[in-house]
Design a protein around this ligand. Sequence first.
Ligand code: G3P
Length: 220
Amino acid sequence: MPLIAVNFKAYPESMGDSGLHLARLCESVGEERGLSFIVCPQQPDLRFIAENVRIPVFAQHVDAYEPGSRTGHVVPEAVKASGARGTLINHSEHRVQIFGIDWLVEKCGSLNLDTIVCTNNISVSKACAALNPTYVAVEPPELIGGDISVTTANPEIVSGTVEAIKRIAPQVKVLCGAGVKTGEDVRVAIELGTEGVLLASGVVKAKDPKKALYELVKEV
Ligand code: G3P
């Protein structure tokens, strides 16, 4: 079953009650069309949204620290306690060094939190797959937030990531993202061998997010 992960980012359209509304839209479209959705709300809304939807809720980022004397950091244990089921790690807008990614994948695994590690090219995808996250999501940074999908602008990075990861760590699932907005983008992502897509602006910034969601799933 294809997966659509929606990153709410820090957009004003996804804060608080609007974030819950968006998460509920994802849930109802997913249930109606038999597709898996993950939503990644803003950190302060994690518990609020996790308590009010059935689909998995993931954090957008988590800090590579043990709980303790820290200020303003979000540790994996706190993400778990919020009711979230996983987290993005190393998003291009919130990079983490490789030893931090390694530590986080291990720690989240021990807490039964799924991990989506974002990468910017095939080499980084290979390195991150070797750390054994649940997913690697390849997203060329220059296409993020734009109108041309990675599946059109650079399908080779998607198929190349899929092939490389199959060789190194076949249990690691692959997503792709950046500029994904249409049903065709999602269909091509699946045809290129991914499990699905990670996207943001196509839904969060859409004039009519419900319509955008139906458009997104119409070819799968
Ligand atoms: O996390 C998803 C993301 O970086 C892609 O953003 O707006 O191009 O779908 P967007």
